[in-house]
Write a protein that binds this ligand. Structure first.
Ligand code: KIV
Ligand code: ZN
Length: 522
């Protein structure tokens, strides 16, 4: 590998999935892993197999698909975690075991209650064990940026000697700043022998909004792997955003002199896919993939752009996969054109799913003047969630008005073929619809958040509803889309209910459904 190659280690499915409300089903994880392979990331961290049986199954399924990138799983420094990662990832020709232990004084004292020497012994034992199972072993001293520099250098030296091929330096709580992180990396280069023989990696969180800047500072100071997530999703304020850091390296290539192997034209579709699956909306002004990232409203900017695009545009929308016009298909478009567009958006549907999506597309195209990429994405998300559980929405009737309470009457179809109907009255139509759904399915949820967005533009645009709910101490998100916003909300609520019921069917207990205590402490 050339020395100016920056490896992109995507942890959307591990650190990203740990964000509240971002948990994904196995099918969703497989879909994202395919998109990450198409994006050409070097490494996919597919999960934390010891966290739950569901995590294990997902990592194994992704590894068994063997699509090209190295498949990695996370483990604490104990034999059980390491064995679980190995059995989950070994189906992939290229696999990696990633072990970690916290090293900062605050974690040593309050979380681990372990002395410095004990932590080194623990890390060395784990790395050696992992190396017996797999050549490619990565080690992370968690909370490295708040670890005493001298001790950090000792830990890193011991990890390299024990056989770690990659040493990752996490800014676990998003505390560092670029100049300080640059110094930390230079210190390690000066004080750790053998550091030039391994890949030095960086893993930043965004608590102070500096995850991308700190990652770039690390690259400037010698890091050759960046750990990041699509749309920067992750715990608390999130992780370093993949699309931002990749485009920074590409756009400022003359400054950094570094290349990634990312197919940047897949950035936008991948970002939309992850947003659709997790329900984490992309802010309009988000760099690279936000709706406004390439929109020039101000007259003075528009004038400049008309003279020459480079006056105000440092990247081309096409370079990140935004088509010049996203007005794509109409009601006369055929199946082939539809399939091409679906694939172009990063979805991989089987024939059955494609047929259902195409039927929905035709129905919507009859009602709606212009069809956009956002409409197609919304249809696919709906088709996917509808097929993902025991209940399907058959009909929804609402009566509401300024002077009366709202009433919702809902008919659901169960997978056993039977129809169930119930109604409820409440202050507003959305609440009435949610209560009706709870009465029919028997699942009571606590609503924590409800958001409504327009999927595309125009008065006939579809509404995209996202609900965040709590069930047995765990948070879930669901999405629903329709031209009728109450129906969109009901579909989102039903998606969550289906997800919970499906997990219960698979025999996962509430304890397994709830966040693992160790996992929560990463
Ligand atoms: O933020 C962190 O420290 C982590 C490690 C497990 C790499 O996610
Ligand atoms: Zn992290």
């Amino acid at each position: 590998m050339k020395d100016n190659h920056i490896k992109i280690f995507d942890t959307t499915l591990r650190d990203g999935e740990q964000a509240p409300g971002c948990s994904m089903t196995l099918r969703e994880k497989l879909r994202i892993s395919k998109a990450l392979a198409d994006l050409n990331v070097d490494i996919i961290e597919a999960g934390f197999p010891a966290a739950s049986p569901g995590d294990f199954d997902a990592v194994k399924a992704i590894a068994d698909e063997n699509r090209g990138p190295i498949i990695c799983g996370l483990a604490r420094c104990n034999p059980d975690d390491i064995e679980k990662v190995h059995s989950a990832v070994k189906g992939s020709d290229n696999h990696r075991i990633h072990v970690f232990v916290a090293t900062s004084a605050i974690h040593r004292e309050y979380k681990l209650k372990m002395a410095k020497e004990e932590i080194i012994k623990n890390a060395v034992g784990a790395i050696k064990m992992a190396r017996e199972l797999c050549d490619d072993v990565e080690f992370s001293p968690e909370d490295a940026s708040r670890t005493e520099l001298g001790y950090l250098a000792e830990v890193v030296s011991a990890a390299i000697e024990a056989g770690a091929r990659t040493v990752n330096i996490p800014d676990t709580v998003g505390y560092t700043v670029p100049a300080e992180f640059d110094e930390l990396f230079r210190y390690l280069h000066a004080h750790v022998s053998g550091i030039e023989d391994i890949t030095l990696s960086v893993h930043c969180h965004d608590d102070l909004g500096m995850a991308v800047s700190n990652s770039l500072a690390a690259v400037y100071a010698g890091a050759r792997q960046i750990e990041c997530t699509i749309n920067g999703i992750g715990e608390r304020a999130g992780n370093c955003s993949l699309e931002e850091v990749v485009m920074a390296l590409k756009t400022r290539n003359e400054f950094f002199g570094m290349d990634t192997q990312i197919d940047t034209t897949r950035l936008y579709p991948t970002a939309r896919l992850v947003s659709g699956i997790t329900g984490m909306q992309i802010p309009r002004n988000k760099a690279i993939v936000g709706d406004n990232a390439f929109a020039h409203e101000a007259g003075i900017h528009q004038h400049g752009m008309l003279q020459h695009a480079s006056t105000y545009e440092i990247m081309k929308p096409e370079d990140v996969g935004i088509s010049k016009s996203n007005l794509v298909l109409g009601k006369h478009s055929g199946r082939h054109a539809f399939r091409d567009r679906v694939e172009g958006l990063g979805f991989d549907l089987d024939d059955f799913e494609l047929n259902r999506a195409f039927q929905e597309f035709k129905k919507l195209a009859d009602k709606k003047k212009d069809m956009y990429d956002g409409d197609i994405e919304a249809i696919i998300m709906n088709v996917d969630s509808a097929s993902a559980g025991p209940w399907t929405l058959k009909t929804l009737q609402i009566t509401s008005g300024t002077a009366t309470d709202a009433t919702a009457n809902i008919q659901l179809l169960n997978e056993d073929g039977k129809e169930h109907e119930d109604s409820a009255t409440a202050d507003g139509p959305v609440e009435a619809a949610f209560i009706s759904l709870e009465k029919i399915t028997g699942i009571q949820l606590t609503l924590r958040n409800f958001e409504l967005h327009s999927a595309t533009v125009g008065e006939d645009a579809q509404g995209e509803a996202t609900v965040t709910v709590e069930f047995n101490g765990q948070s879930y998100r669901g999405n629903g889309t329709s031209q009728d916003i109450v129906e969109a909300a009901a579909r989102a609520y039903l998606e969550v209910i289906n997800r919970i019921l499906r997990r219960q069917e698979r025999g996962l207990t509430d304890a397994q459904l709830a966040p693992d205590i160790n996992r929560a402490s990463i």
